[in-house]
Design a protein around this ligand. Structure first.
Ligand code: AVI
Length: 340
């Protein structure tokens, strides 16, 4: 994966002792299990982490550059304007070491790493991801680009919590969870995930959380249904993945991308809608599924928060809110929570 960690349960919980073959076998089993459960359930659903095969990760990178997808650009602007203040507040007079959930969005985390180096000369960066190859790429890139940063990658499924070596007693750890990835979990799961992260930290450590905020419905819908059709390709790519990995016979032309604003739940939903009645076979699962015309497979939720609800989530997870930065339009928020 590139910029974003796969939301939801990860396909593998990598242990340092497993071989690459064992890992890929386990990943295949987890894909099979998720697809069977999701296509059996009504309404049909597939988990969003299935988006991020190689092609899907590339498409997601393309999404982040789209004119309609304001999230990445807006968060980057907030970090560019306030990275120094964020680092200073998080460090609170101590040295800072920076961990990141996900292998590191090149340019956004770089702003914070540079600010840390400017402040204290050197800093340790711990990207955390299930993908060892994504971590290798992040290490190579960051060490080449930012003098003074030592990258210490951690292969781990952070959705199960953090197991990090204790920071020095003159140090504080700041965990970055940016990019609005938290929005891909339902609010209960999101608070539980942050609570597990909190359990792996000590008093004084921090969480820097990027959250997409509720706004005009048309703006939200455009961000998830762009004119160039990149998000549609990203959504439909999931079917191509199942054809390749599970010998399914989805005809991607017989499904269309749909983005819907669900105001009651405060979330954008992504669906794949069957354009005709059809039967799909998934050979590896020896399983067939019928779709009526108009029936959908629900592939993703992207929750949008009010500032008050974002702060409530952070507080529920056991952090004191000690900083908040936003953009002029208040479209995106970055919060700093501290373990007390
Ligand atoms: C990764 N995540 C924060 C993205 C989002 O906006 O929910 C995934 C995405 N789905 C469609 N476009 C982008």
């Amino acid at each position: 994966m590139l910029d974003q960690p796969a939301p939801g349960p990860h396909p593998t919980h990598r242990m340092h002792t497993t071989t690459p073959i064992e890992e890929s076998t386990r990943a295949e089993e987890q894909v099979a299990a998720a697809v069977l459960t999701g296509l059996r359930s009504l309404p049909r659903q597939l988990p969003p982490w299935l988006f991020y095969d190689e092609a899907g990760s590339r498409l997601f990178e393309e999404i982040t550059e789209l004119p309609e997808y304001y999230l990445t650009r807006t968060e980057r602007g907030i970090l560019a304007a306030h990275a120094g203040a964020m680092v200073e507040r998080a460090a609170d007079g101590m040295r800072l070491r920076i961990a990141e959930l996900g292998a590191g969005s090149a340019d956004k985390s770089r702003l914070l790493l540079k600010a840390a180096v400017e402040r204290q000369g050197t800093a340790v960066y711990e990207p955390i991801d299930v993908s060892a190859s994504a971590l290798d790429a992040a290490r190579e890139r960051i060490e080449r680009e930012i003098a003074g940063i030592t990258v210490a990658p951690r292969v781990m499924d952070y959705t199960h919590g953090l197991e990090l070596e204790a920071a020095g007693h003159d140090e504080r750890r700041l965990v970055l969870y940016i990019g609005s990835s938290i929005g891909n979990f339902d609010p209960h799961e999101a608070a539980a995930l942050l609570r597990r992260v909190r359990a792996g930290l000590k008093a004084g450590d921090g969480l820097l959380l990027g959250v997409d905020l509720v706004k005009d419905e048309a703006k939200l819908l455009a961000a998830y249904d762009d004119a160039a059709g990149v998000t549609a390709r990203f959504n439909l790519n999931m079917l191509a993945r199942l054809n390749r990995e599970l010998g399914a016979d989805f005809n991607p032309a017989a499904f269309r991308h749909r983005a819907v604003w669900n105001g009651m739940e405060s979330r954008i939903e992504m669906h794949l809608e069957s354009v005709c009645p059809q039967r799909v076979r998934v050979a590896a699962l020896d399983f067939e599924v019928d779709f009526a015309e108009g029936e959908t497979i629900h592939t993703e939720n992207s929750y949008k928060y009010t500032a008050a609800l974002a702060e409530q989530m952070i507080a529920t997870a056991g952090f004191a809110v000690v900083g908040n930065w936003t953009d002029e339009r208040r479209w995106f928020g970055v919060w700093l929570g501290r373990v007390e």
